[in-house]
Ligand binder design. Structure first.
Ligand code: C2E
Ligand code: MG
Ligand code: MG
Length: 561
């Protein structure tokens, strides 16, 4: 028996086929087209209104909320609900559809009923699937705090590169400086607001010429137009961010690495771009005053040097290539040697390599911690020998990199080394630089407190160049404040003398001993005397000396000047 389709059936089948086509055609669905087809189908089914709704949860559904999509409405005054369907999804949504007819219309016949159910279910399934796609997209491209993530960045540069459009742009990696301090000062919630507003500010600045994404923590990665670079760098160098309705604000600065794409540039591997810009960013983070660094071949050379150092380190340590040099600390009034700082030198292939050429590289891999403990061991051994030889040993300070703070048993390790040598605790002093992160701060406080209990002195090194805050100094039981040499006035510079004197009196008020490093001239020494800073270390007296030379100085006990 052959089936003869009625006109109505034929017309429906045709529309339904077009509907399926429109829904499955490609990634970007044409909402208008789908709604037009649905309108035609509704007419065949004599519907006056069709409403779909997607709710993220039960509560939203009960409250009549949710998102309304694909509706069709003839705006009849008086309607009755003739069919409703609800689809429950395992993941975060409920979909409902409601169909209405004008009151008083003939009820659905079997054909209409069957098709209404079919279209409703099809439409809902389609909407839910689309919604799921959006959710997945959001999960894939945004992080938990709603910032675009690394995948967004990769997508962006791959698409831009495919259009041949990367030339003329720049990749920028930035890290907010001292952000944990900001968090400490204004609280985490306000800190989050700052992070968002700073981000949005940059997004606005860059607009359609690029993208801003978060790599994690306070590290961000952006693309911008080359012509925007000056403005972007100015923004990243310092921006005032208001974080509440009272208009309270903080200044945000960053360390920034920049990689400018060559005019003709096609990406093979997005990791390559990331690598380049991160090398520049690292240089910016480690590079003292330079807060913006452009990627260059010289940086790559630096990378290679760093890797050589890192590779050679274990063997060099085992070979005893690292040696302790001692730089005397002197009482400026009497010329008497009151102590010395142990400074590391790498004797490599007969050359004396200064710390700047290996310590930053060893900090990257945390091997610095091994070196520091080794140095402490050498110093303890030297002191032990001096004592056994009947010399008047002076207190020796040993530098510890902040990286050591990651070791939970740092204090125990330090004390184990000192105790093993059997020397009096007061002959060892530990130099640490100020800290900027919350976590480190707590550890620093614990370690310094512990040292003090054991009678080992603790010194803030390089005071004045970090993000110094009196509160941070006060909250940790330091014994000695070592003023960085950038605080020492050079000839004819009277304003820094005021600063210097101020720092010394402040340190004394806090009950700290004071030492100035980098004293090179007699004028500077006189200024120390005038300020009440009794101790100096610097080329005026001696450079860091090999052990034997230092022993001679210790023997002589004082300088004639
Ligand atoms: P630092 O601890 O601040 O050491 C003082 C630096 O200033 C030394 O540089 C010293 O030679 C230099 N200096 C002293 N007097 C003068 C002066 O009058 N004029 C000038 N221009 N410089 C002076 P050095 O030995 O090159 O060490 C550099 C840095 O390397 C040290 O700075 C310290 O941060 C680090 N370092 C050295 N040895 C070690 C170590 O064993 N462990 C760790 N973690 N760091 C170390
Ligand atoms: Mg030092
Ligand atoms: Mg120093």
């Amino acid at each position: 028996m052959s089936m003869v389709l009625t006109d109505r059936e034929q017309r429906f089948n045709e529309l339904f086929e077009r509907l399926i086509d429109a829904m499955t055609e490609n990634d970007r669905t044409d909402k208008k087209r789908i709604e037009d087809i649905l309108g035609d189908i509704a007419a065949i089914l004599r519907l006056s209104k069709a409403m779909t709704r997607l709710c993220r949860n039960k509560h939203e559904e009960d409250m009549g909320g949710g998102e309304r999509l694909c509706s069709y409405d003839l705006h009849e005054e008086d309607e009755v609900l003739v069919y409703a369907h609800r689809l429950e999804l395992s993941m975060m949504s409920y979909g409902t559809i409601e169909l209405y007819m004008k009151r008083g219309s003939e009820p659905f016949d079997d054909f209409e009923k069957g098709k209404a159910v079919l279209v409703s279910k099809t439409l809902l399934t389609f909407l839910c699937r689309n919604r799921m796609k959006n959710v997945i997209r959001e999960l894939a491209l945004f992080d938990d705090s709603g910032f675009k993530n690394n995948r967004s960045f990769t997508n962006y540069i791959m698409e831009t590169s495919a259009r041949g459009d990367l030339g003329g742009r720049a990749a920028v990696h930035y890290n907010l400086r001292h952000f944990s301090l900001v968090n400490r000062q204004i609280g985490r919630d306000a800190g989050d607001t700052v992070l968002h507003r700073h981000f949005i500010g940059l997004e606005k600045l860059i607009g359609g010429r690029g993208i801003v994404t978060r790599l994690g923590g306070d590290n961000f990665l952006a693309i911008c137009g080359k012509e925007q670079l000056d403005d972007v760098i100015a923004y990243l160098s310092e921006t005032k961010v208001v974080y509440n309705d009272d208009g309270d604000s903080v200044f945000i600065t960053t360390s920034t690495g920049v990689f400018v794409f060559p005019d003709v540039f096609v990406i093979k591997d997005p990791g390559e771009v990331l690598n380049n810009v991160i090398i520049a960013a690292k240089a910016a983070q480690n590079g003292g005053k330079e807060h913006v660094v452009f990627f260059s071949d010289r940086l790559i050379e630096g990378r290679e040097k760093a890797m050589t150092v890192q590779q050679r380190f274990p063997q060099a340590l085992a070979n005893g290539e690292f040696q302790v040099y001692y730089q005397p600390k002197v009482n400026v009034f009497t010329g008497k040697i009151v102590g010395a700082e142990a400074l590391c030198r790498w004797i490599r292939d007969g050359q004396v390599v200064p710390p700047i050429d290996f310590i930053p590289m060893l900090e990257e891999t945390n091997d610095i911690c091994k070196l520091d403990m080794y140095m402490l061991g050498c110093v303890c051994a030297d002191i032990k020998r001096w004592l056994s030889e009947g010399r008047d040993a002076v207190r020796i300070s040993v530098n510890l990199s902040r990286k050591n703070m990651m070791n939970a048993d740092l204090l125990e390790r330090i004390m184990a080394i000192i105790n093993e040598s059997g020397i009096p605790h007061e002959l060892i002093e530990i130099e640490l630089t100020e800290t900027t992160t919350d976590v480190e701060f707590k550890d620093l406080k614990r370690v310094v407190g512990g040292l003090q209990q054991q009678g080992v002195c603790a010194t803030v090194d390089d005071f004045g160049i970090g993000y110094s805050s009196l509160n941070l100094i006060k909250a940790i039981p330091w014994n000695v404040l070592k003023i960085d040499r950038s605080f020492l006035p050079t000839e004819g510079d009277s304003s820094s003398f005021v600063m210097f004197r101020h720092v010394v009196s402040m340190a004394m008020e806090l009950g700290l001993q004071c030492i100035a490093e980098g004293v090179e001239t007699t004028e500077q020494r006189e200024m120390l005397k005038d300020s009440g800073c009794t101790t100096a270390q610097g080329f005026l007296y001696d450079r860091p000396l090999p052990k034997e030379e230092f022993e001679k100085r210790m023997e002589a006990k004082k300088y004639s000047i």
